[in-house]
Design a protein around this ligand. Structure first.
Ligand code: DAH
Length: 342
């Protein structure tokens, strides 16, 4: 048997073992690859006597054609077999195999929101959803801001033709949540808010707040302080002191501005806290009786406290970003620095 017949025989033998795209490719490489058997034969031509070269070359080409035809036939067969297996359900996909959890990184808001939710959930709070498009009643009237109240001036927003609006504050969800529980509750509700703002490094027209409410018998300012202090100490991983100053918001009475020890200088005084050692962080107060009455809750029976965390501000404190506009920028170079990567 000459070397061509031998080659053909061994190829025909090996063809029988092809049962997958991988084994097919291995066979192709063994014969037609850079160091394949056919390629080697071509290299031999120069060793052949000149008068025999033509015949030798024709033989190699013939066997090469044969192998190529067979391989493309096999390719079709392997593909058809694969599809047939998929259809018949014979193919097993192991869905328990671990996969990549995240592609890219999480937005710093998402990271902090998850952290804060975890802290509050561990203290027995529920996490509630709020709408982005709201009724005028929910956003304003139900939280004691009637038409023509001066507080509406500070919260100009985007109005829809049907009289609804893009919510200016997470407080817009208060009435719905109060009605849902109709009594004792501990809830937080993070959400996107909108205002018609002049933009600068601390003002955006689209921003996030994180609001919370506690309603029960005998709720007091002490409850409010306790929960806020616990949350901040968990988030900043150090003991954070808080202090209250009087503040006015129509939906709370009394209302406060809650300051926290400056997270950058731990209260010593630095440029971020303008030397005071305190950061203004969270307006809050005792829920106004009108807000409870509007939701059908008897203020003689229940009392409550609420807070409205400027969530984007907290994100900025946590990340050190000094311009709120980064948060909506989609600037991956900036935003991916804090994310969970996989
Ligand atoms: N909704 C207020 C705002 O956007 C923030 C706020 C203040 C929420 C006091 C509260 C609160 O729940 O008690 O300016």
């Amino acid at each position: 048997m000459d070397e061509f017949s031998e080659l053909e025989n061994s190829f025909n033998q090996e063809v029988k073992n092809v049962d997958s795209p991988k084994s097919l490719d291995d066979l192709r490489v063994a014969y037609l690859g850079k160091k394949g058997k056919i390629t080697n034969l071509f290299a031999k031509i120069k060793e052949i006597a000149v008068e025999e070269r033509k015949a030798f070359g024709q033989k190699i080409n013939a066997i090469k054609d044969l192998i190529e035809n067979k391989l493309s036939e096999l390719k079709q067969k392997v593909e058809n077999d694969k599809i047939a297996k998929e259809i018949s359900g014979e193919e097993v996909i192991d869905i328990s195999l671990p996969t990549k959890k995240y592609h890219g990184s999480l937005h710093p808001r998402t990271i902090l929101q998850k952290e804060i939710e975890d802290v509050f959930v561990s203290m027995g709070f529920t996490v509630e959803d709020g709408n982005e498009i709201e009724t005028e009643y929910n956003n304003f009237d139900s939280v004691n801001v009637p038409k023509n109240h001066p507080a509406r001036d500070m919260q100009d927003t985007f109005w829809l033709d049907n009289g609804q609006l893009l919510k200016t504050q997470t407080s817009a969800a208060q009435n719905r949540i109060l009605r849902k529980y109709n009594g004792p509750l501990k809830a937080i509700f993070p959400g996107r808010c909108f205002r018609n703002e002049e933009l600068d490094r601390s003002h955006e027209n689209t921003f996030f707040q994180l609001e919370g409410m506690i309603v029960d018998k005998d709720v007091s300012v002490a409850n409010l302080i306790h929960f806020m202090k616990s949350m901040l100490s968990e988030i900043f991983k150090k003991d954070i002191a808080v202090r209250l100053r009087p503040g006015f918001f129509p939906f709370v009475e009394p209302g406060f501005e809650m300051d926290a020890t400056c997270t950058f200088c731990s209260g010593k005084g630095c440029p971020t806290c303008k030397g005071s050692g305190w950061l203004e962080l969270c307006p809050c107060g005792m829920i106004h009786p009108n807000v409870l009455i509007n939701a059908g809750i008897d203020p003689e029976k229940y009392s409550g406290c609420a807070f409205g965390l400027g969530f984007d501000r907290l994100v900025m404190l946590k990340t050190g970003l000094d311009d709120i506009r980064y948060l909506n920028s989609g600037n991956i170079k900036v935003l991916s620095q804090f994310g969970v990567k996989d």
